[in-house]
Design a protein around this ligand. Structure first.
Ligand SMILES: Cc1ncc(COP(=O)(O)O)c(C=O)c1O
Length: 470
């Protein structure tokens, strides 16, 4: 690729247009190549639910960026260092230091993953009659809120619901809508306000510092605590650095600390921006809530200095937290996701724009206008990508969000197929292959048919439902 203008004194990233993977590969995992016929058989066996596939039958696995990243040599070294003492392990203290360096909350409660933190928190503060507003609740967050008997309400800005509308911070909370929910339902019924950074279900879109400050102001007006669902905090901070006025010269760590300073607590899945394969935590300033949460933690996860994790997992997260705020890593991470998205947009495939941090979201409703929402266009597209190219994506639409606790079903606000990019796993040629397959499927989109559900559980149906093509 042609060099950009500039002399030999510039750092590589400034001199050359190509943003390379800022790592070498030391250990490889083979990928098994399969045929279309073989994959069609696997789809039928799986009830057309890509969660039911054997991962060994997938060529490029973009189901999730959660827990699927490659660890660094230093993280593997940490795994060796892991101390498995039941209480007060040195690994716990290294983890605690790494967390509080970025998120200086008074209490840190380790959990085995993000949803365990959610379950504990909402068991303590949720319950019937309670309302939890967020920009957009992730599916496990919503499910845990609802399981407690409380109601989960999404208040993202209107731009955040329109796939093709460009906005630098499409994950922002609509603070007027938030204010209205609090007034209508009564502040006493709102135990906490949540902001998800970046906004996964809304397209991996960032939230600005200005918006977090505005949400903070609303919370202060009513005396309410603000929590971050901080799974992708570093990616969010990178977008702030790139896009928000006055932030270009701030370090990622300082931006993260600023985000944390506006909140009273957080839930975290370490499987994302702690660059680890398992782990999470709940953190907060409230002594009262922390005591109740720790008591529940002991009941369901483990002692408060390991919380459902091995000491080695705590080490992996501690090291991951240091690596994830590296600017070379974040530049490559965000740029490589945009590379996939921009190529699809250029090929005329409708995608949520601008391209988010951890994933590209194809607008299945836009690509398959002939398939109604209740015939699951996202599921049909996800199955086609697997059949044709062995690519596993994830429906984020009516299958995931259309089912309600009373058994009714309504179309979701968007019909998306998410292609989530595991961290530090795939190279540019893998991504070029993905682009080629999707272009091929998109050119034949009018031939795709919808699906019907033949079996489903009462909640979180996307994980286990079985489908048939119509
Ligand atoms: C925004 C968000 N919140 C919470 C979770 C739940 O985390 P975990 O999968 O570790 O339970 C996820 C997982 O994908 C997520 O993306």
């Amino acid at each position: 690729m042609a060099p950009a203008t500039g002399g030999g004194m510039l750092a590589p990233v400034e001199r050359w247009r190509t943003i390379i993977e800022p790592f070498r590969i030391k250990s490889v995992e083979p990928i098994r190549l399969t045929s279309v016929e073989e994959r069609q058989g696997k789809l039928e066996e799986a009830g057309y639910n890509l969660f039911n596939l054997h991962a060994a039958d997938v060529l490029i696995d973009l189901l999730t960026d959660s827990g699927t990243g490659a660890m660094s040599a230093e993280q593997w070294a940490g795994i060796q260092r892991g101390d498995e003492s039941y209480a007060g392990s040195p690994s716990w203290y290294r983890f605690l230091e790494a967390v509080t360096e970025l998120f200086p909350f008074r209490h840190v409660i380790p959990t085995h993953q993000g949803r365990a933190a959610e379950k504990i928190l909402f068991t303590v503060i949720g319950g019937p009659g309670k309302v939890i507003p967020s920009n957009t609740h992730f599916d496990t967050t919503r499910a845990n809120v609802e399981f407690s008997g409380a109601e989960a309400i999404d208040c993202v800005i209107p731009e955040g619901r329109q796939p093709s509308v460009i906005h630098p911070f499409k994950g922002n909370m609509d603070t007027d809508a938030l204010d209205a929910v609090i007034r209508e339902r009564g502040a006493e019924n709102v135990p906490v306000v949540f902001v998800t950074v970046t906004n996964n279900s809304g397209g991996g879109q960032p939230v600005s510092l200005a918006n977090l400050r505005a949400v903070r102001e609303v919370c202060d007006r009513y005396g309410l605590p603000l929590f971050l669902d901080a799974c992708r905090f570093a990616e969010n901070a990178w977008f702030i650095k790139e896009r928000e006025d006055g932030c270009a010269d701030a370090s990622i760590a300082d931006i993260v600390r600023e985000m944390a300073s506006l909140a009273d607590g957080m839930t975290m899945s370490g499987k994302k921006d702690a660059l680890s394969n398992i782990g999470g935590w709940l953190a907060m300033n409230s002594d009262g809530w922390a005591e109740q949460c720790r008591n529940l933690l002991i009941l369901t996860e483990g002692f408060p200095t390991y919380g459902g994790l091995a000491g080695r997992d705590l080490e992996a997260m501690a090291q991951g937290l240091r690596e994830v705020i590296d600017e070379d890593y974040l530049r490559y991470r965000i740029r490589s996701t945009a590379y996939l998205g921009e190529a699809l947009v250029e090929a005329g495939v409708p995608c949520v724009q601008p391209i988010g941090g951890h994933a590209v979201y194809i607008d299945a409703a836009g690509l398959l206008p002939h398939i109604p929402a209740l015939e699951y266009p996202g599921q049909a597209l996800a199955c086609a990508l697997y059949r044709e190219g062995g690519i596993r994506g994830c429906e984020i639409g009516t299958v995931m969000f259309g089912q309600h606790p009373d058994g009714s079903e309504t179309p979701a606000s968007m019909e998306l197929v998410r292609l989530a990019i595991p961290r530090r796993v795939y190279t540019q040629s893998h991504v070029d292959y993905v682009i080629e397959v999707i272009r091929w499927v998109a050119e034949r989109a009018s031939a795709l048919r919808g699906m019907r559900i033949v079996q489903q559980p009462a909640s979180l149906r996307h994980f286990t439902a079985r489908f048939e093509p119509l």
